[in-house]
Design a protein around this ligand. Structure first.
Ligand code: ACO
Length: 325
């Protein structure tokens, strides 16, 4: 049986850091309010002229290097972003050119907001399982702060910029059991009737502007815990996995309270949760590969560990992926 092995990961954070106290100089907020309600202490902000493709390229190059590969070894790039360099072409094709993936393969973007990385991982996994590609680069990259209304204290305190990438490779000798390394299953969902809970109030065919993030925070919070718990249960059920077998929960990093509530609801130990929201804020599609890379690089996630990734975002979109690292 064919499985997609996660060979390596890499990430990139812009140099500029904005603390909660820095934000308190822009809007009527406090360090205490932000930390108490979200767990966020600081976030990274892209530098002048630094684009989503630049951050994505840095993360991709780090992941490729760790796998001893170059762009020439990659057949496909799937890049999840809500903040592309341009309306078109896809940011993924700029990364394709940057990493020297010439005369071969294909690259495209995926738009599922904060669930983007799970959607991109599921897409690449399915291309690999279908036998169409051997190696894929899955990237989540966001210049999310370019979508922020810096006068709106209910949203501007939440988000940050960054990128993360994972290299996937086909393994044709998998046993087909949960003991296999690689992606065991992915689960995607969306419900368009809730799109007005979290959206950007601009776009080419509506206002011909880029627009700003608008959100009903309380409702999004409510849906997030319910939907992400459902997706996690779906993934565990499909693979006959008990919560005690999950070594690491690598959730979308939106809010510490959402992550804590989800882990508690599912009886997952707080010690098994990778939490980077304090340092990164919500980096949308980049948040899971950023958290994954942090925990792999600091030695928490070891080869063979069962990891559960989950996210929810605008759309509403949500999903989960269960994998053995
Ligand atoms: N600083 C100080 N006060 C604030 C701020 C701020 N930055 N923002 C709002 N307030 C005020 C409100 O005006 C309100 O004041 P009032 O009581 O006088 O009316 C009070 O704080 C409470 O506001 P609530 O919106 O009720 O606060 P809540 O506890 O719901 O927290 C938050 C708000 C943090 C946005 C929360 O709802 C949340 O995290 N929701 C999830 C949203 C999210 O994570 N979205 C990201 C994308 S989706 C995803 O990634 C899952």
């Amino acid at each position: 049986m064919r499985r997609s092995i996660m060979l390596s990961c890499g990430s990139y954070l812009p140099k500029k850091v904005m603390t909660n106290s820095d934000l308190a100089k822009l809007v009527d907020t406090t360090d205490e309010w932000i930390e108490q309600r979200t767990g966020i202490k600081k976030r990274h902000i892209a530098g002048e002229g630094e684009k989503t493709s630049d951050m994505a390229t840095f993360a991709a190059e780090k992941a490729l290097k760790k796998a001893n590969l170059t762009g020439k070894d990659i057949d496909m790039i799937v890049l999840a972003t809500t903040s592309p360099d341009n309306t078109f072409p896809a940011t993924a094709v700029t990364v394709q050119a940057n990493i020297g993936m010439h005369d071969k393969g294909f690259a495209f973007d995926i738009q599922a907001v904060c669930s983007g990385f799970i959607y991109a991982l599921a897409t690449a996994d399915n291309f690999i399982k279908a036998g169409q590609v051997k190696r894929a680069l899955v990237i989540g990259a966001e210049h999310f702060t370019s979508l922020i209304d810096w006068k709106d204290r209910t949203t501007c305190v939440l988000f940050g910029d960054g990128a993360g990438a994972v290299v996937l490779e086909a393994n044709d000798n998998a046993s087909g059991t949960k003991a296999d390394r690689g992606i065991l299953s992915t689960h995607l969902h969306s419900q368009g009737e809730f799109r007005s809970l979290l959206y950007v109030d601009g776009g080419p065919s509506s206002t011909k502007t880029v627009g700003h993030v608008r959100m009903n925070g309380k409702e999004v919070f409510r849906h997030a815990v319910t939907r992400m718990s459902e997706a996690i249960m779906e993934a565990m059920r499909e693979n006959d996995v008990d919560p005690s077998e999950v070594k690491w929960l690598v959730p979308h990093q939106a809010n510490k309270r959402i992550i804590d509530a989800t882990a508690e609801k599912l009886n997952l130990s707080p010690d098994s949760v990778v939490m980077t929201v304090a340092e990164h804020g919500n980096t949308s599609a980049a948040s899971i590969p950023l958290a994954l890379t942090t925990a792999v690089e600091d030695g928490r996630i070891q080869r063979g560990d069962l990891i559960l990734m989950e996210a929810m975002g605008g759309g509403l979109t949500w999903g989960a992926a269960l994998a053995r690292w």
